[in-house]
Design a protein around this ligand. Structure first.
Ligand code: IPD
Ligand code: CA
Length: 262
């Protein structure tokens, strides 16, 4: 059983607590859906409640750390440490009663992501990792896949919404990828897409238009599991640069070439 550090214990406990609350709300959504009441407001409330809970938990454990969350919390803190939080990643899945969504928490220290947690409360899968210490799924060490031939690769992606400036480039990328690989998945939860690359379930993942809270924790997991992660844009930052490509070690060069990212 790997030993979780003090900071990792703080992060996983906070994710579990938020996950328990969201799971209760998810049950409600399923009922609301059945009664056709339209659960959108309820879901955004659940999302905001989750961010509040995570902010309280993390700030209590580490007063002074900065905090940025998808739902709008933005605190500078000590300027050195910062939580980057997606309180409910996969909102559309949640809204539709699809059991594939997550809580994502990353810790940035001095400009670098040093710890990450992606928790899937429905499956009770806790993906966690710390810089230099490896990545885990519950108690099992994670390694990216070993697949080295494009035609056997299964990739995940996200589809930019219609009208987005990334729409056209995405369609081109999808076409060139689909001609060469075994399959593409669009599961709707970026943090889990990354966690699944770390776990070797997917051989890679790419997406344009994403935000730091979608990817910060998952990126660390991929790196700690022996994978590659980069921005799709030359010189771009993978966390803050709004585009990302991650793969196992063997497919990195060929996938980048296929996607035209050099
Ligand atoms: C979205 C999901 C989705 C990804 C989008 C994200 P949200 O986050 O992670 O998979 O394709 O780019 O915005 O809105 O469900 O928290
Ligand atoms: Ca998100």
């Amino acid at each position: 059983m790997p030993v979780r550090s003090a900071i990792m214990t703080v992060m996983t406990r906070a994710a579990e607590k938020a996950g328990r609350a969201l799971r209760r709300d998810f049950g409600e959504v399923e009922q609301l859906q059945v009664s056709m009441k339209g659960p959108a407001d309820f879901v955004s409330q659940a999302d905001r409640k989750s961010e509040k809970l995570l902010h309280e938990e993390l700030s209590r454990a580490r007063p002074g750390y900065g905090f940025v969350g998808e739902e709008g919390t933005d605190e500078k803190g000590d300027g050195e440490h910062r939580w980057i939080v997606d309180p409910l990643d996969g909102t559309t899945n949640f809204l539709h009663g699809i059991p594939h969504w997550a809580v994502s928490i990353a810790l940035q220290k001095g400009g670098e992501i040093v710890a990450g947690v992606v928790y899937d409360p429905v499956k009770d899968e806790m993906f966690w990792g710390e810089k230099g210490m490896g990545a885990y799924l519950n108690a099992t060490r994670l390694r990216v896949s070993r697949r080295s031939e494009l035609h056997t690769a299964l990739l995940a992606t996200g589809i930019p919404f219609k009208g987005s400036k990334y729409w056209e480039s995405f369609l081109k990328e999808l076409q060139s990828v689909m001609l060469k690989i075994a399959g593409v998945r669009r599961m709707g939860t970026a943090s889990l897409d990354l966690a699944y690359v770390a776990a070797g379930r997917y051989d890679g993942y790419w997406e344009r238009g994403i935000h730091p809270w979608d990817v910060a924790a998952g990126l660390l997991l991929v790196k700690e599991a022996g994978g590659f992660a980069a921005s799709m844009d030359k010189g771009g930052d993978p966390v803050y640069g709004r585009s990302i490509i991650t793969t196992n070690a063997a497919l990195h060069a060929s996938l980048r070439e296929l996607l035209g990212t050099g």
